[in-house]
Design a protein around this ligand. Structure first.
Ligand code: C2O
Ligand code: CU
Ligand code: CU
Length: 545
């Protein structure tokens, strides 16, 4: 870090401390809230806040509700686009009823038939995976079928998911990380009666008070050129963009806001929290996660969000005063890459750890990412500008989710580890045509996913079936301390999950119901969603027969 930057940071910190001392507690519960030193608020210092880009009916992330129409989705070079939005060099483009959207947000109804023609306008093969959607193998886009340049592939499936936020991205094995990083990703919002009830109960309106936040890591330039260390640890950006905005602000009123957050970074885990200008963490409510709405809202103050996970949160600003501001931040945490095996431990010092991140004069910042995983940063600022009356109550129930009956379930064990230069599941590395993990359709299994101590966190994802998290055990203290019950589960572990972060030394037990309505055997994938690990073969095929 240059002397200039250090001085700027120091001034920034002093400024924050000064403000904190002068500020009166703005929230009724401020005294009870966790106080984290203001010095933790570390905005990049050289990025000026600009208005958060919020998707509308066209353009970047524009909402498209196909309602049965055949939609053509073209993956290709991005042309033009809004200069105010930071995007990669590639994009998905769709036109619908006269509107043109890039990386459209697909708004789908539960039960709706979806027909999408994927057109490959790239110079390399691709295929699109509907992450989290309960579809058959043919529509899963898992990479067993690829679309050559210039050709197309037709998807045709029914939306069987509950309401929630899902997403889509390329899945051609070995090219997934590169294509996703370079700009091919988009959100899917599934709606059903639970969603409509919640929206009217909370009085939230999509695009105004119910806002999707799509997070992506960026480095300067348009290339994806990972170093060997990036391939081992995952490719991190120097900064994050939220809906394409490097550091955005949103003018808000004194009421409840809902944010639907998608971590579409290649590899970065975040520890999200809302913080008042006074420095206190502002409790928020988790309404849903990857699998859709939870049964009941969960109140919390900080939550980890790994790559590919989604979080549906509500934050109540009705106690705020005009002029207050609240930041969505990622807090300091130990990314635990320090637990790496000796063979790669040297790479790690270059990536930075929580300790090197806070050592301001560290020379270890130079390589790979200027923003190490686990270092704090403000992502979005909510500026309270308008007073309104808001009296809606958070409902006690959000959805009904039947528990998976695990009586008599087969237990299967998966170990996550590193050997001979590769990340592995059960010591194996993915190859096309390798023997799959075989499960019987219509049965329930429990999986015990264990990560070695000498490892790093792995966000594990299963296609087409969702996990019910039963327990987290022997995790690091920083994770265990966020547990909300004696099973060790976190606030974000309830309901259903399709991606689960498993920390070094941790065991996570999940239940999966392999019931599906599709004729014949189906094949899917179970893999780490750190995209560099996935492309490197930290993946196993799964056959449901
Ligand atoms: Cu989001 Cu197999 O992927
Ligand atoms: Cu998936
Ligand atoms: Cu991994």
């Amino acid at each position: 870090m240059s002397a200039n930057l250090s001085r700027r940071r120091l001034l920034h910190h002093l400024g924050a401390i000064g403000l904190a001392a002068a500020a009166r507690p703005v929230w009724p519960d401020a005294a009870a809230a966790v106080k984290i030193p203001s010095a933790d608020i570390c905005v990049t210092g050289d990025v000026r806040a600009q208005p958060l880009f919020v998707a509308g009916g066209d353009g970047y992330l524009g909402r498209i509700a196909p309602q049965g129409d055949l939609l053509t989705l073209t993956a290709g070079a991005r042309e033009g686009g809004k200069a105010i939005v930071t995007q990669g060099p590639l994009a998905f483009v769709a036109r619908h009823r006269g509107r043109r959207c890039t990386n459209p947000t697909l708004v789908l109804q539960r039960g709706e038939r979806v027909r999408i023609d994927l057109v490959n306008a790239l110079s390399e093969p691709t295929i699109t995976h509907w992450h989290g959607l309960l579809v058959d193998t043919r529509n899963d886009g898992n990479g067993s079928v690829l679309v050559p340049p210039g050709e197309r592939f037709g998807y045709d499936f029914e939306v069987r998911n509950r309401s929630g936020m899902y997403w889509y991205h390329p899945h051609p094995h070995g090219l997934t990380a590169s294509q996703t990083y370079r700009g091919l990703y988009g959100a899917i919002l599934v709606e059903d009666d639970d969603e409509r009830t919640l929206r009217s109960t909370l009085d939230v309106v999509p695009g105004r008070t119910d806002i999707p936040l799509v997070l992506q890591d960026r480095r300067p330039g348009i290339t994806y050129a990972p170093s060997p260390a990036d391939l081992t640890h995952g490719f991190l950006g120097d900064g994050i963009v939220v809906n394409g905005t490097p550091y955005g602000y949103l003018d808000v009123a004194t009421r409840l806001y809902r944010f639907r957050i998608l971590n579409a970074t290649n590899a970065r885990t975040l520890k999200l929290a809302f913080r008042t200008a006074g420095g206190a963490l502002l409790p928020f409510v988790v309404l849903g996660n990857d699998g859709g709405l939870l049964e009941a809202p969960m109140r919390c103050e900080q939550v980890f969000l790994s790559t590919a996970e989604r979080l549906d949160v509500a934050v109540d600003l009705s106690g705020a005063a005009i002029g207050d501001s609240v930041r969505l931040e990622t807090l300091t945490f130990d990314p635990m890459h320090a637990e790496m095996p000796d063979a790669v431990a040297t790479d790690h010092s270059a990536m930075g750890s929580a300790s090197s991140a806070s050592a301001s004069s560290s020379s270890r910042h130079h390589a790979n990412s200027l923003w190490p995983e686990g270092s704090p940063r403000a992502l979005l600022e909510l500026r309270v500008r308008e007073r309104v009356a808001y009296t809606r109550q958070m409902p006690a129930r959000l959805a009904a989710i039947p528990a998976i009956d695990t009586a008599g379930a087969t237990e299967r064990a998966f170990r996550l580890g590193y050997a001979k230069g590769r990340w592995r599941i059960n010591d194996r590395v993915f190859e096309m045509g390798m023997p799959p993990v075989e499960v019987k359709r219509g049965t329930v299994e429990t999986w015990l996913i264990r990560n070695y101590h000498s490892s790093m966190p792995h966000p594990m994802h299963l296609h087409a079936f969702h996990f019910e998290v039963l327990a987290r055990e022997t995790g690091p203290d920083a994770v265990a301390s966020l547990a909300v019950d004696r099973t060790g589960r976190l606030a974000s572990d309830f309901g259903r999950k399709d991606t689960l972060l498993v920390w070094p030394g941790e065991s996570v037990r999940v239940a999966i119901d392999f019931t599906h309505p599709f004729p014949g055997a189906q094949s899917y994938l179970f893999h780490c969603h750190n995209l560099e690990h996935e492309d490197g073969g930290m993946m196993l095929p799964l056959a449901v027969t």
